[in-house]
Design a protein around this ligand. Structure first.
Ligand code: SME
Length: 221
């Protein structure tokens, strides 16, 4: 089974209603009260049961995709968004043991819930952080221990909230468009195995609410 995020306006993987991200107001109101939600459609691809020659066909690929999950995004407060995100992430990750797969969907869910500029993971490999699953523009692939915001969060073993990246000594600018940042260490059995890094194009995007929720989210990845 291969699961992937697919924005439906990108052929050949059209979404249920022709738009992968869409506003929803009727059916979801029953479940989420008056909160309007945005849906991002996920698909499950049951490819292995078909021969390779068949799987290469564009027609096959556009028709055999089966929708597995939907990401619902509350448009209310930051807390409401995180709360709904957390519940969905818990459910989605419950059956998956692969670390990269978990990080990949976690990055996508966080990224599209808030529309951040860059959301992704760096994984500890020796004395470096190596780029892991992410959503957003191309990024630096390796960061040394203690370098930049990511390497410093790893070294200090704590979440770093940076309201203005230009004021952070040694900040690594993978993109000049990034203005503020939060980095949350990922723990496994008392050891840091990576960091979650989120960049925003606005100053002061992240605060203690983001820190608390992201630490809670990271604990289930
Ligand atoms: N700004 C980070 C580097 C990673 S990118 O932002 C994706 C840092 O200073 O560690």
């Amino acid at each position: 089974r291969v699961a992937g995020l697919q924005l439906a306006d990108r052929e050949p993987f059209p979404g249920r209603n022709g738009k992968g991200i869409h506003r929803e107001s009727d059916s979801d109101e029953e479940q989420f009260g008056k909160v309007h939600v945005t849906k991002i459609t996920f698909f499950t691809i049951f490819l292995p049961i078909f021969p390779a020659s068949c799987r290469k066909s564009p027609t096959f690929r556009s028709e055999i995709l089966v929708m597995a999950e939907e990401l619902k995004i509350a448009t209310g407060s930051k807390e409401e968004r995180y709360s709904l995100l957390y519940e969905q992430m818990k459910a989605l990750l419950a059956d998956e043991v692969d670390e990269v797969a978990r990080m990949a969907n976690a990055a996508a869910m966080i990224h599209f819930t808030f529309g951040f500029f860059w959301t992704g993971f760096y994984r500890v490999k020796g004395d470096e952080l190596v780029l892991g699953p992410f959503q957003g523009p191309l990024a630096c692939m390796r960061i040394r221990y203690g370098r930049g915001v990511c390497g410093t969060a790893w070294k200090e073993a704590k979440t770093l909230v940076v309201p203005d990246v230009e004021q952070f000594p040694g900040h690594i600018a993978c993109s000049s468009l990034s203005r503020s940042e939060i980095v949350v260490p990922v723990w496994r059995d008392e050891v840091i195995i990576g960091v979650l890094d989120i960049d925003s194009q606005e100053l002061s995007t992240f605060d203690e609410v983001d820190q608390q929720w992201l630490e809670k989210i990271i604990a289930i990845i």
